[in-house]
Design a protein around this ligand. Sequence first.
Ligand SMILES: [Cu+2]
Length: 181
Amino acid sequence: MQATDPRPSLKAPDMTNAFAPRILAAALLAASSATAFAHGDEGHAPKHTTFDASKVEATAFGQEGDPKKVTRTIRLSMADTMRFTPSEFTVRRGQTVRFLIHNDGNVLHEMVLGTPDDLKAHADLMKKFPEMEHSDPNMAHVKPKANGEIVWQFTQPGKFEFACLVPGHFEAGMVGKLTVQ
Ligand SMILES: [Cu+2]
């Protein structure tokens, strides 16, 4: 885990060299035990991994979906007004959904699926460590004017959220609601 892909335009001013690698590693460890997210080192490159059923990890809000089993496509856009459009969805339990996400804005945005608690904890961590990298099946980092995609199977009923965890965006209200029935 290393910060090789900083987000220059979004870097908080007080974060320059503020943290020794050991502290960052500790924070990442804390993050992965406190939330459902495992932080990888794949940076923010577009998703290029292929689906591997043996690597799917179940979470409280579902699991990585098999692109071949998509039964619904949901299109949404992100804007620099810190909003997703639309910002509310209801899906059926068991459904595999392909989210096609377009970034209408001029800065990086991301879509991260999770429980409200997970997303809040993750957002707090991102604020402390803005250069923290993460790339998991439940998230898509979408560059300005580009497209991103998440394929997710909703195996658990409940009320979940999706949020942009670029530092400051979550706090500005960049979060949507997802109900699984
Ligand atoms: Cu954002």
